[in-house]
Design a binder for this molecule. Structure first.
Ligand code: FAD
Length: 478
């Protein structure tokens, strides 16, 4: 018997850890069926927000159904994996446990502790790289260094051969568990059982079928417009696979294979567009490599300035940003999309992150914490990478003197203000040009056009200069 411990791989197809459990392990030949396990770990849940937990519970429900339809079951336990995983292995008389390797520092510490606990009870174990196409640390410069510039990383990533998707286990690979009596697994908890409120956002459904439908629909059409339209939030032409990649309801090899096929069926601009999407998968891997190499980036700046950056403490402005009440329409639309859908379009994430750090001069960590609570796709590596990019503190980040202008960004990427009006109903009857000039209108005109919508809480031009000064002070030698 083998145990496979599911974590951020809530699927059966293209699951390298599960495939490893069903086959030979390096020093342990294949031995009998696989028992799938999931552990609710309080320490991990402590960092999660309601949308993510709701998505995860839905994904677990669908995973458990998959196993039950095949006469098996997902064993569900609560507690500290250092105790639970060896106990489950012993209860099923398993000779080995497999799981998908973690990338973050905390996750790796936990994995090491579980490895030790399994060694103590003489159960073999194997953690398998599953979440990325290329193992962290495996893409390096010719001098053996980890890349800190994406373009070079991407070239090597693109040209390296990729592994094919791993097969789903066959029925014969699975343990025949008594699903009727729930002998082997507690019922799945509810959000309330886990101590979470219902999310204020509409959380999208989570299952491999849903993820595959999204992927198929994307590869049939939007992938060829991706290059031109991905920056326009109203066009909604991106894949929306982020939460699925985060929780592993679909495997990254399967996604890549579909995009590779879309690419090989195309030529010219269509080919380039599919490749642009592929490069976003590489950004995901780049940030995971960064986190793996520098686990401290979760809380610390990646880029060292000579002195600490003197961020502003401004709870009122932070509150206005979170509530989408800054008086900068595209910023407010993004922040309200986040609360309504637990998601935000990538271009708008960049705009709101720049606004928090360079217009409100507030520490990126405040924004990261808010995203971590509200995003359904929050992923430590990507979220941290995105925030530190925008704050000019990250690897290959936006230079500190390049400050997004939230009005011109709105005008360029949402020219008809369609996206803005969708999320900021106070502006629904205001013409697009007035929306894009909101900061320049006099108070009387603003009150006439949209009495409920606030005036800009800061002056962008002035704040831009202050932001540059703030970074320059932190750069000064003395
Ligand atoms: P698509 O455009 O369809 O991209 C496909 C996949 O590629 C995404 O699902 C994602 O896995 C990956 N990807 C795309 N863009 C990026 C990127 N810039 N960096 C890393 N991976 C990328 N992405 C997350 O998955 N989780 C986060 O917590 C997260 N936080 C972010 C915070 C900030 C401040 C910024 C600027 C970006 C953040 N991103 C994050 C990256 C990006 O915004 C989302 O991945 C993307 O918007 C998700 O939508 P999609 O699946 O339709 O993306």
């Amino acid at each position: 018997m083998r145990v496979h411990w599911h974590r951020r791989d809530l699927r059966t197809a293209d699951n390298r850890g599960l495939a490893a459990a069903a086959g030979d392990l390096p020093d342990v030949p294949a031995d009998g069926p696989v028992v799938p396990l999931f552990v609710f770990d309080r320490d991990v849940l402590a960092h999660a927000g309601p949308p993510r937990v709701a998505f995860m519970l839905d994904a677990l429900d669908s995973l458990r159904t998959w196993y039950r339809e095949r006469g098996s079951d997902l064993v569900v336990r609560h507690g500290d994996p250092r105790e639970v995983v060896p106990a489950v292995a012993e209860a099923f008389d398993a000779d080995a446990v497999t799981w998908g390797a973690e990338v973050s520092g905390l996750g790796r510490e936990r994995d090491a502790a579980v490895r030790q606990a399994l060694d103590d009870v003489d159960v073999a174990r194997r953690s398998v790289e599953d979440a990325l196409l290329h193992e962290p640390g495996s893409i390096r410069t010719n001098q053996g260094e980890v890349y800190s510039v994406f373009t070079y990383f991407w070239k090597k990533w693109r040209d390296r051969e990729k592994e094919a998707p791993a097969p789903a286990p066959e029925e014969g690979d699975l343990a025949d568990l008594d699903v009727g009596g729930l002998d082997h697994g507690d019922p799945l908890p509810t959000l309330d059982d886990l101590g979470f409120d219902e999310p204020e956002a509409d959380v999208p459904p989570a299952s491999t079928d849903v993820a595959r439908d999204l992927l198929d629909a994307f590869c049939e059409g939007d992938v060829y417009d991706y290059d031109d339209r991905r920056d326009y939030p109203a066009d909604e032409c991106t894949s929306r696979l982020s939460a699925h990649l985060k929780f592993g309801t679909i495997g990254v090899r399967e996604v890549h294979e579909a995009v590779r096929e879309a690419k090989s069926a195309a030529a010219g601009a269509d080919y380039d567009s599919a490749e642009e999407f592929e490069s976003q998968l590489a950004w995901r891997e780049f940030y995971h490599h960064v986190l793996w190499n520098e686990p401290g980036v979760v809380t610390e700046n990646f880029k060292e300035y000579e002195r600490p950056i003197e961020w502003n403490r401004d709870p009122e402005a932070l509150r206005a940003w979170k509530d989408g009440e800054t008086g900068y329409p595209v910023v407010d639309a993004g922040m309200r999309q986040l609360r309504r859908e637990a998601y935000m379009h990538n271009r708008v994430r960049m705009i709101v992150a720049s606004f928090l750090t360079k217009d409100l001069l507030i520490d990126w960590r405040e924004g990261y914490d808010w995203f971590r609570e509200k995003l359904v796709d929050h992923d430590t590596a990507n979220d941290n990478g995105g925030w530190q990019w925008a704050a000019s503190t990250g690897t290959d980040a936006q230079p500190y003197f390049r400050v997004f202008n939230p009005m011109t960004q709105g005008e360029r990427y949402d020219p008809d203000a369609e996206y803005i009006r969708e999320y900021v109903p106070e502006l629904s009857d205001v013409p697009a040009d007035a929306i894009h000039e909101w900061h320049e209108l006099d108070q009387g005109r603003r009150e006439m056009l949209a009495p409920e919508y606030p005036a800009p809480i800061v002056d962008h031009g002035r704040r831009r200069e202050q932001a540059i000064d703030m970074f320059e002070r932190s750069r000064a030698d003395d």
